[in-house]
Design a protein around this ligand. Structure first.
Ligand code: ATP
Length: 326
């Protein structure tokens, strides 16, 4: 391995609180090791267009507390094509980049796998997504902050739900993963969560209604994952209106406010640890791994595995919500 490496950092896909803390950690630990660091703007788009600037320690000053990403992020269809990746490779060579640190979700890390398959570039992935849907890591950067944001919102919605005797369906993000819905339901004391991982044939809505909205309870909050498969909160609200017209039902879609905001202390620490570990991994000669955290220990997960497998939801969590929502 080269003593002095040159690395490029980019953030890609949806932004997540804590990405800046990760950029800062990778930048500072690489500079600490005497390496050269390039910041690549707007994800793979910047890699293709050469929107790349050298980073110093000051480039990341006063960023740990900021949401979003100072490197900006984008979704880049051109990078999905071999021609797009050839342009990216040309810039990697032009800037003398030996390794890339990619901070993003499932799609961004899939792109990294493709690039590393085609060209001699070492890639290290950092799980950066509020969805927490990456296999091999207990938590992803941004998930904890988003969870806290959702819980704060649901607490407020509950005031209205209780005052008006209503059922509220609150739709949260997560793509096809129910971590945000399930855990925010537990934390906010909601009555149920409708999540895509629950693949039994049981109709989750009928189950919730069938359990009976306890007589002493005159309102209910149900967290619904935005999943394409399930149809989202609107779908369930429509069903209640048709099938159970005795209930007064409302929908709140939390949308993008879940992605923003000051990162929680947990996310800042996680991102800092993962960022430092990314540079350590490169020093050890690792390639094509995602850095994750399992049982509070840093782990290396082959990126191919991290993006291929679905991360299961612990059935214990499903039970906790069921038991506590009687
Ligand atoms: P989030 O979980 O927050 O949505 P993500 O990283 O999963 O983040 P995507 O939109 O799926 O977000 O992917 C981000 C970018 O990664 C895409 O716009 C594209 O540039 C690249 N990408 C995704 N999948 C692939 C792939 N199979 N091959 C090459 N590039 C890909």
């Amino acid at each position: 391995m080269k003593e002095k490496m040159t690395i490029g950092i980019l953030t890609s896909g949806g932004d997540a609180p804590g990405m800046n803390a990760a950029i800062r950690a990778v930048t500072r630990s690489a500079i600490f090791a005497g390496w050269k660091v390039f910041g690549i703007y707007r994800g793979y788009e910047g890699l293709i267009n050469g929107d790349i600037k050298e980073f110093t320690s000051e480039s990341v000053s006063s960023t740990i507390q900021r949401g979003g990403t100072i490197l900006k992020t984008a979704r880049c269809d051109e990078f999905r094509t071999p021609e797009g990746r050839a342009k990216a490779w040309a810039n990697i060579q032009k800037f003398g980049i030996d390794a890339l640190v990619i901070i993003g979700g499932n799609g961004s890390l899939s792109g990294a796998v493709e690039l590393a398959r085609e060209y001699e570039i070492r890639v290290i992935g950092l799980p950066g997504t509020i969805d927490n849907d990456l296999y091999g890591t207990d938590s992803t950067i941004g998930y904890d902050t988003a969870l806290n944001t959702i819980v704060e919102c649901v607490d407020k919605i509950r005031d209205t739900a209780t005052s008006h005797d209503r059922i509220f369906f609150v739709e949260v993000m997560g793509r096809d993963a129910g971590f945000l819905a399930q855990n925010s339901a537990i934390a906010a004391g909601a009555e149920a969560a409708i999540i895509p991982e629950d693949r039994t044939d049981i109709d989750q809505l009928a189950q919730f209604i069938g359990r009976g909205i306890r007589k002493s309870k005159n309102s209910s909050i149900v967290l619904v994952s935005e999943s394409k498969k399930g149809g989202g909160a609107m779908h369930y609200a429509e069903r209640v209106r048709k099938e159970y017209p005795e209930y007064d039902v409302r929908v709140t879609i939390l949308g993008h406010l879940q992605r923003g905001g000051t990162p929680s202390a947990y996310d800042r620490i996680l991102a800092s640890r993962l960022g430092v570990a990314a540079v350590e991994a490169l020093k050890e000669g690792q390639r094509n791994v995602m850095i994750g955290v399992k049982n509070d220990q840093i782990v290396y997960v082959p990126i191919g595995r991290a993006v291929k497998y679905d991360k299961p939801i612990d059935p214990e969590l499903l039970n906790v919500l069921t038991v506590l929502s009687i």
